[in-house]
Design a protein around this ligand. Structure first.
Ligand code: C5P
Length: 219
């Protein structure tokens, strides 16, 4: 079974997807982490992030796996675990830049399909329900107000030991939404058959329980 969870940055997707995957015993494929890993590796290799072909080449050389370890969903990139180094504001911005290249997306979408087909999975991202798995058994699109999303991101980054300015994070989020929604390939948008959930007021527990009820009804 495939559960697709899409939505903008900081909408609560990751927390909800993780709780859901753990509850269901499914694999969690964090596709944003894959774009982040490519941005991170490309920058480390000194590649110009606007050079689509060179960035796609980097992506082609990477193999991804996900494993739950100590309550964290860890991404392995060519057998190396990546943690906070792919969560900085700089990597967030760079991931949004490289994710607009069609050749990079093609490569990562292929890998997402392969990894997702290996076993029952929750996939979280921007285009899971629209492009990666348009036939997913359940599609969820999660949103929240930009102010709440910025606040959550700031908390996440502070937990990771990064000092950040909330106003700047909000500006970054609005800018990233614009880039992610306006790009030509696989823009951020709700699939017609996705359930829309606003996480501004609702708790993670309530949302996860609601999604589980829908999954139970499908089985
Ligand atoms: O979800 P996260 O914030 O980690 O994603 C980082 C960036 O990767 C997003 O801003 C977006 O540009 C890109 N992304 C994407 N498609 C996905 C997942 C992430 O374009 N399925």
């Amino acid at each position: 079974m495939i559960v697709a969870i899409d939505g903008p940055a900081g909408a609560g997707k990751s927390t909800i997807a993780r709780a859901l995957a753990e509850k269901l015993g499914f694999q969690l494929v964090d596709t944003g982490a894959m774009y982040r890993a490519v941005a991170f590796e490309a920058a480390a290799a000194g590649v110009d992030l606007h050079d689509a072909e060179r960035v796609a080449e980097i992506a082609r050389g990477l193999r991804f796996e996900f494993k739950f370890e100590d309550g964290e969903n860890v991404i392995y990139c060519n057998t190396r675990a990546l943690h906070q180094e792919i969560r900085s504001a700089e990597v967030s911005r760079n991931a949004s830049v490289i994710s607009a290249h069609p050749s990079v997306r093609r490569e990562l979408v292929d890998q997402q399909r392969q990894v997702g087909r290996e076993r029952s999975s929750v996939l979280e991202g921007r285009d899971i329900g629209t492009v990666v798995f348009p036939d997913a058994e359940l599609k969820v699109y999660i949103t929240a107000s930009p102010a709440v999303r910025a606040k959550r991101r700031v908390e996440q980054m502070r937990e990771g030991g990064e000092e950040v300015d909330e106003a700047e994070v909000l500006r970054d989020i609005v800018e990233r939404d614009r880039r992610d929604s306006e790009r030509d390939v696989a823009p951020l948008k709700k699939a017609d058959d996705a359930i829309g959930i606003d996480s501004t007021e609702a708790s993670v527990e309530e949302i996860v329980a609601g999604i589980c009820e829908r999954i139970a009804a499908l089985r």
